[in-house]
Each structure stands twice: as structure tokens, then as C-alpha cells.
Design a protein around this ligand. Structure first.
Ligand code: GLN
Length: 486
């Protein structure tokens, strides 16, 4: 069966070739047939999806439908969904049913999409492999022995495997781009403040940003335009209208200047990933782009800066999970203090505890200046690097990750090795810039490679335009993994 994109399904719904009910029923069956192998979904909302599909069909018939009416999607289980389990991949929230919808969820509902359920993720989005999920790791549809990436691994695996045509994700240090890259799909992390964080469970608030994962840049554009724009319920939401990225997809690439950061092509980059990226750059030159070498000299500081700032913010954000207001509560304790400590000791996994410890340490008296303030200074240097580089080019291109998806278990006992693999993605979040990943080839082991495109603030439309033009000229995004439904 040919690839089902949101765009193609939208046409079939509009011309009444298919109803939303049929589409949703088919996709629910796909999840039921394949989720045991993939573990991409934590929760399947069968009844909610069928009711929403019927409502969409009525709206389509009445001519009152929203622009994305009847299209099946899924939400990363970090977004609060009214009346539906919202676990954040953690035992501590394994019984939490949200009383309200995140803004991203509400906006996609209003546009008419039908959510099939909630996808797997690293616990509280902390990780790069999906293996820190309380519910077990999702698997990579290209090879079930490999990780799908993280933290939005369930969303990426679900899309790549054809369980849903698109899904939401969040990216604090690469969690949309890296799983998109590992699973051979497209994903965009918007400029900080573009997509509301309201109802998106906080990991590191100054870095977290929601965004779409889909097969094509065109589908990502449709979703981004629907979820972006000012939201008064998020104090860091920017006073800007929703993006209008779909309108710019067809712009030709002639004259586009692409910057290649020296530091993104140096030691540590696997040869097969480099080969795929270089072939993609050759293709972009054929489309009229020129390339120029640029430098991001403080790239090596991104990992230490991020792994101080993110845990610091996480240690504060996660203090709300105390067994009192929601989530898991220890069954035995002798006093209030022990109730807190036992609930948290039982409810959080090893990686989350590690981050809370590091975060509490770097924020404590005597260490705050040495670590936290220092990391904030590095953050500024990194942002300056991007500013200088982007003064010399329109977009920056490079790899998303140094290798293709690792084998399950390979990183499990070595958190530092896992942190090091975030080298090409963290800087974008520290600077607050938009970044995208688009499929551009395969590694020696047959697993996908993603091309990362980084733009200036608010350059989402340009990034999606470049990726769309690339996808008009190549078919990497159309390739089918070994494990695909439908
Ligand atoms: N791998 C990074 C981390 O563990 C990024 C995760 C993310 O973007 N949520 O923090």
C-alpha cells in the first residue's frame, strides 16, 4: 500500500472516498495488530477515537469541518488529555487521568483531528533511546532489535510503522529530531515560545518545545500551523500569530545559502552517517543551494551546559510529584516526610532520580555559582555562536546524531555515552532556535539517517520549505521499514 500522508488522507476524506470512521477503525486495528511488537502506544483510546471520528464525519457532511477533520493522530504521553490516562512514561503518573487538555491537544481537536491514544516516551522525556520508560522501550520499526530514539520514540515508531500518519512530540534537547532521524520520518522543533507548553508536562521549562512528527515536511507544516500561536496560559508563549508554513513550501531553493558547521562534521561522526549527509547536501546543491563552511566553536560545551541546566530545571519541576495531589502514593509510611520520600522512591525510575540528584546538587548553596551560573554563561556563548553562523547563511545543515539507532540495551548502563550522543541537537534548544530532521539515507546497518536543518528564530517556514523541496526530489521519506502496518 502506498504511503498514507495526512495530505493524501485529507483529499480522500474531502472527496468522500473514505469516511473518518473507516480510517480510524483501520488504524485502530493496525495498532492492535502491531503494538505488541512495537510498544509504541501506552494507551489506546478506542471509544474516544470512534466517537471523534463520527463527529468528524458529521461535520464533513455538514460542511462545518475543521481543516484537519477526521485525520487520525496520536499524542506523546507527555501532553495532558482530558479523561485519558496521561503517564509521562512514569510509574508515578501511571494512574493519572488528566482533567483537562493541553493547548496542543485542544487545538488539534478543534482542527478536527482524531486522537487514537498516547505514545510511549522516556520517563518524563529524559533520555535518547526510550529505554527509561516505565512501560518498557518502544522498538524501531526498521529493526526491532534497535531503539526508536528518544524521548519521543513511541510517536516516531508509530508514524514510521504506519499506525498513525502523524503524531505530536516534544523536544528539550533533541527528542523530536533524533527519533525522527532514527525512524526515517520528518519532525520539527519550533522556535522556543512558538508552541504553547500549557498542559505539556514540564521537564526543563526553558528548553521544552512541542512539535509534530510525520512522514513529510508538508504534513509537519499542516500540524505546526494548527498548534502554534500565542496562548495566554503559557507565560513564555510569544505574542505571535500561528505560523503559516504551508504557504511557503513551494518556494524554489535557488539562492539558498546553507552553512555547514565544521564542528558537526569532525571526530565522532560515523562514516556512514557522514556519507548520507554529504549526498543530501549534493542533492540540495543540485536544487540551487550553495554551501559555505561556518563554525560553532562552543559546540563541545553544549553537553556540559545542557546536562546542568536541564536537570536543574527538572529537579524543580518534578518536586510537584509528591504522592499527595496526583499519581502514585506509597502504601506504607510512618509520617508525612516518609510518605513523600517513599512515594517518590517507588514512583521514579533510575534516570529520573539521577537527574533530580544532579539538579538539586547544582542548585544548592555553594555550587550554584560554580555550576548553574556557569552553565547559563555557556548557554549564552552557544547562542552567540549560532547568531554569528546564521549571519553567514540562511540555514545550517548537518547530522542529527553521530550514529544511526543503537541496539536496545547498548546505552542502558552508560548514561554518559547516551548524553554524548546528543551533541548535535542540544545547542538548538539552548539557543531557542528551530530545528528539523528529514530522512536522507541509510547507514551501513540499513537504519535511517536524518538530515538536520537549523534556522534563525521564526524560520520554521524556511526549514519546512527546504525539507519539502528535498522531498520532492528524493524518496527517502517514502521508504518502508521492515515492520509496517497497512
Ligand atoms: N536526550 C536528552 C535528554 O535526555 C533530550 C531529551 C528531550 O529532548 N526531551 O535530556
Amino acid at each position: 500500500m502506498s504511503l498514507q500522508t495526512l495530505k493524501s488522507l485529507q483529499k480522500q476524506l474531502a472527496s468522500k472516498q473514505i469516511s473518518s470512521r473507516e480510517l480510524v477503525t483501520d488504524h485502530l486495528a493496525r495498532v492492535e495488530a502491531h503494538n505488541t511488537a512495537l510498544n509504541a502506544f501506552i494507551t489506546l483510546d478506542r471509544d474516544g477515537a470512534l466517537a471523534a471520528a463520527e463527529a468528524a464525519d458529521k461535520a464533513i457532511a455538514a460542511g462545518t469541518a475543521g481543516p484537519l477533520a477526521g485525520l487520525p493522530i496520536a499524542h506523546k504521553d507527555i501532553f495532558c488529555t482530558e479523561g485519558v490516562l496521561t503517564t509521562c512514561g512514569s510509574k508515578i503518573l501511571s494512574n493519572f487521568v488528566s482533567p483537562y487538555d493541553a493547548t496542543v491537544v485542544a487545538r488539534l481537536k478543534a482542527a478536527g483531528t482524531v486522537s487514537l491514544g498516547k505514545t510511549n516516551l522516556d520517563e518524563f522525556a529524559m533520555g535518547s533511546t526510550n529505554e527509561s520508560s516505565f512501560f518498557g522501550a518502544a522498538k524501531n520499526p526498521w529493526n526491532l532489535a534497535h531503539v526508536p530514539g528518544g524521548s519521543s520514540g513511541g510517536s516516531a515508531a508509530a508514524v514510521a510503522a504506519g499506525l498513525v500518519p502523524a503524531a505530536t512530540g516534544t523536544d528539550t534537547g533533541g527528542s523530536i529530531r533524533q527519533p525522527a532521524s532514527f525512524c526515517g520520518i520528518t519532525g520539527i522543533k519550533p522556535t522556543y515560545g512558538t508552541v504553547s507548553r500549557y498542559g505539556m508536562i514540564a521537564y526543563a521549562s526553558s528548553l521544552d518545545q512541542g512539535g509534530p512528527l510525520a512522514h513529510t515536511a508538508e504534513d509537519c507544516a499542516l500540524l505546526l500551523d494548527a498548534i502554534s500561536g500565542f496562548d495566554e496560559r503559557d507565560s513564555t508563549s510569544l505574542q505571535r500569530a500561528a505560523t503559516q508554513t504551508t504557504a511557503e513550501l513551494d518556494r524554489p531553493l535557488a539562492g539558498l545559502k546553507i552553512g555547514l558547521p565544521r564542528e558537526y562534521f569532525g571526530e565522532g561522526l560515523a562514516g556512514d552517517v557522514r556519507t548520507a549527509i554529504e549526498a543530501a547536501l549534493a542533492e540540495l546543491r543540485k536544487l540551487g543551494a550553495t554551501t559555505v563552511e561556518v563554525s560553532l566553536p562552543n559546540t563541545h560545551l553544549a553537553i556540559p551546559a545542557y546536562y546542568v541546566i536541564a536537570p536543574a530545571e527538572a529537579s524543580s519541576n518534578l518536586s510537584r510529584f509528591d504522592g499527595v495531589r496526583y499519581g502514585h502514593r506509597a502504601s506504607e509510611y510512618k509520617d508525612l516526610a516518609e510518605m513523600y520520600s517513599r512515594s517518590r522512591a517507588e514512583g521514579f525510575g533510575a534516570e529520573v532520580k539521577r537527574r533530580i540528584l544532579v539538579g538539586t546538587y547544582v542548585l544548592s548553596h555553594g555550587y550554584y555559582d560554580a555550576y548553574y551560573i556557569k552553565a547559563q554563561q555557556l548557554r549564552r556563548l552557544i547562542a552567540e555562536d549560532f547568531k554569528q553562523a546564521l549571519a553567514q547563511c540562511d540555514v545550517i545543515a548537518g547530522p542529527v546524531a553521530p550514529t544511526t539507532a543503537p541496539v536496545l540495551g547498548q546505552m542502558a548502563d552508560d548514561p554518559v555515552q547516551m548524553y554524548l550522543s546528543d551533541i548535535y541537537t542540544l545547542g538548538v534548544n539552548l539557543a531557542g532556535l528551530p530545528g528539523l530532521s528529514a530522512p536522507c539515507g541509510f547507514g551501513a546497518n540499513g537504519l535511517p539517517v536524518g538530515l538536520q536543518l537549523i534556522g534563525n528564530y521564526f524560520a520554521e517556514a524556511r526549514l519546512l520549505n527546504v525539507a519539502h523541496q528535498f522531498q520532492q526530489a528524493t524518496d527517502w521519506h517514502l521508504r518502508s521499514p521492515a515492520h509496517r502496518a497497512g
